[in-house]
Design a protein around this ligand. Sequence first.
Ligand SMILES: Cc1cc2nc3c(=O)[nH]c(=O)nc-3n(C[C@H](O)[C@H](O)[C@H](O)COP(=O)(O)O)c2cc1C
Length: 310
Amino acid sequence: MVVIDTEKCNGCGLCTTVCPHRLLQIQDDLAGTVDGDCMGCGHCQAVCPTGAIEVEGLAGALGLQRLTESFQAIQPGEYDGSDLVRLMRSRRSCRSYTAEKVELALLEDLVRIGTTAPSGTNSQSWNFVILPERADVEVLGDLTADFFRQLNNQAKNPLYRFLARLFAGDALGNYYRSHYASVAEALREWDEMGIDRLFHGATAAILVTGKRAASCPGEDALLASQNILLAAHAMGLGSCLIGYVVEAMRRSGRMRQMMAIPADEEIYSVIGLGYPAIRYRQVAGRRPVRPRVLHLGSTQSAAAKGESGR
Ligand SMILES: Cc1cc2nc3c(=O)[nH]c(=O)nc-3n(C[C@H](O)[C@H](O)[C@H](O)COP(=O)(O)O)c2cc1C
């Protein structure tokens, strides 16, 4: 996959340093490739100071339609970290949207931005479904409501819960105790008043799937999703992950078929999108976190010293 222009190569060897599979070597003062599985990460191309390397199959441009693309990498420490943290802290799960439609070009841009995320073994095995209209989101909402209506009917039946526990553990009982009542109320509001407690009135949605056979499809899809959430905020959109739809789609072949998800893909996230009707004045707080800091190196060397009597 890697093509080296020997006219341009200056033999600096940077490509050999960054290649994760050590497929590049300096031979006679020039970079060359050795046989092996290239995962197409593009690091060799990105690091080359003379533009001598091309990795076949990698598009240089994302093809964004509503943002300007720059190919110059931002160096570590060069970006204003405070501004980045402020952006991250300002993203909110949006639960109130205007009726304004999101143009398809913007949704396509978000998908492309999603693909800049890291992926296990660079598999990039994610896929995306765009629902560009409120009517499309409502179809997915209706399908999800059908799924939960059926689940609630089963869960409220004590005999069904008892039998389910015998054969499949207490998942249905747990669902009954934790979610049955709120889901029943949300379904009633949806059916009787058209109140959308599922998508909160989102006018578009992006579904993120991954190939089941990939090394870590769930992680890849969720990292891409986080990129989409942050970019959506930067581009003026509100967004919200909708876990209830993911749960329903995982269990409903009919839903997956309607949403054009192939059998070899799993759904990992559903993102509601639209223009936010509410502005937040300040960032939301978080519970303080106390990471466990381990100084294993010093403990180990102390133990080793103890053992060896040093
Ligand atoms: C996996 C996952 C599933 C979620 N599912 C829903 C959902 O079904 N409905 C919803 O309103 N919010 C959902 N959320 C949003 C969370 O409630 C939200 O992230 C959390 O309350 C923190 O708020 P913030 O996103 O504004 O920081 C989900 C979030 C995650 C990470």
